[in-house]
Write a protein that binds this ligand. Structure first.
Ligand SMILES: Cc1cc2nc3c(=O)[nH]c(=O)nc-3n(C[C@H](O)[C@H](O)[C@H](O)COP(=O)(O)OP(=O)(O)OC[C@H]3O[C@@H](n4cnc5c(N)ncnc54)[C@H](O)[C@@H]3O)c2cc1C
Length: 373
């Protein structure tokens, strides 16, 4: 059958753009459909901008595999296309003797994931590297870094456009159907009008909107269920004044978040976050700034006792697109192709939370493989 567009990618976040750029490079005609006026205004610009090394995730999981592969691809991409990165390294700190076992467990997990450059540091080693950090031991991850996420997405968009792809902004997918035979019909709302577009292949990279888009399509196998969305907000505080740190500083992680860490941006400014607040909606509002400032300060002083009074300013929030409810075991990235849902030519991405930014280029390659490119 004749379709309007060969491949449509829904969502112009880091994942949709990375997938689209990869598909366009392999010769497909690709259109990205994005409901906002520009790329990356949702989760891809509301995160820590950390290039993760791949140390936390269960062995054999997509998060582990795609993080390690994505990290290497991201550093190489940044060098090739002039995207600002800083391979500043990170310290994972044990602030009590009891936490040292946690360091050992993470080091072992990292080794199983192929991360072989971790280094155990004593209190004295840390004092030499970061005199203001208080801890009893730490693990140094030299391949952790930071990236300018906006510049990264701009480079992906440029690559997509150079390869003949396009992005339709202010266009929201409000309906989707599997066509008899093959292909898809999309209803796209733009400036109050709804138009119908057809495509041969479809990628759902809609982030926090992915479950909603996934449920629009019928035609999946009877035993297939679209993963549900369980939003979990994270708040960030900016540090007023200059931070006395050269590395990122992370406390021990919890089951569902990495802990209130210190991250730097490309200008050297520091922010702390994210915490975790499970919620039922997609409200980005900064909840209880005063109470939260106090709890952040207490967390931060465990590893930086000299945090000045009144130095934390509410900055922004981001929402993790989790696909498991609070209190249940964390889910892996869900990259569902025909083998999962039974719909040829359709790939859907659910639960692409951290380390999604780091993994984005590897996810692009993986989606292209599933689509047979
Ligand atoms: C607090 C926080 C901290 C994080 N820190 C890190 C980190 O340090 N390092 C790291 O590697 N990862 C991190 N992540 C994860 C990373 O940010 C995400 O994995 C990544 O940004 C997801 O990108 P995305 O393209 O899937 O989603 P998004 O950026 O949300 O893009 C999805 C796009 O789809 C569009 N869309 C949705 N529905 C529709 C529709 N119906 N029609 C048209 N368009 C639609 C949206 O407008 C949006 O632009 C963090 C995440 C959070 C929340």
């Amino acid at each position: 059958m004749t379709v309007d567009i060969e491949t449509v990618v829904i969502g112009a976040g880091a994942i949709g753009l990375a997938v689209a750029a990869e598909l366009a490079r392999s010769g497909q005609r690709v259109l990205v459909i994005e409901r906002h006026h520009t790329f990356g205004t949702e989760t891809s610009s509301r995160n820590s901008e950390v290039i993760h090394a791949g140390i936390y995730y269960p062995e054999g999981s997509l998060r582990a595999e795609l993080c390690v592969e994505g990290r290497d691809r991201l550093y190489a991409f940044a060098e090739q296309y002039g995207v600002p990165v800083n391979r500043c390294g990170k310290l994972l700190v044990a602030t009590t003797e009891a936490e040292i076992a946690g360091l050992a467990a993470i080091e072992a997990k990292a080794a199983r994931n192929g991360v072989t450059d971790l280094e155990r540091l004593s209190r004295e080693d840390v004092a030499r590297l970061e005199p203001e950090v208080r801890c009893v031991a730490a693990t140094l991850s030299p391949s952790t870094g930071i990236i300018d996420g906006h510049a990264f997405m701009a480079a992906l968009e440029a690559q997509l456009l150079n390869a003949g792809g396009e992005v339709a902004f202010n266009a929201e997918v409000v309906g989707a159907a599997v066509l008899p035979g093959e292909g898809f019909r999309l209803s796209v709302s733009s400036s109050g009008d709804v138009s119908e577009w057809t495509c041969a292949r479809l990628v759902n990279a809609a982030g926090l909107g992915a479950s909603r888009v996934g449920r629009m399509l019928d035609g999946a196998k009877n035993d297939y269920t679209v993963p549900g969305l369980y939003p979990a907000k994270g708040h960030y505080f900016a540090l007023s004044g200059r931070a006395p740190f050269k590395h990122l500083i992370y406390p021990m992680p919890s089951a569902d978040a990495l802990g209130v860490h210190l991250t730097l941006d490309m200008s050297g400014a520091a922010r702390f976050g994210p915490d975790i607040l499970w919620q039922n909606d997609l409200d980005y509002g900064f909840a209880d700034a005063d109470g939260r400032r106090a709890s952040f300060a207490a967390e931060i002083r465990r590893y930086w006792p000299a945090l000045p009074e009144d130095a934390l300013m509410p900055a922004y929030t981001g929402i993790r697109p989790k696909i498991y409810p609070e209190g249940t075991p964390p889910a892996d990235f869900a990259i569902h192709g025909e083998a999962a849902h039974g719909i040829p030519g359709f790939v859907a991405l659910y639960g692409i939370e951290s380390p999604g930014l780091t993994s984005s280029l590897a996810i692009g390659v993986r989606v292209a493989q599933i689509l047979g490119q």
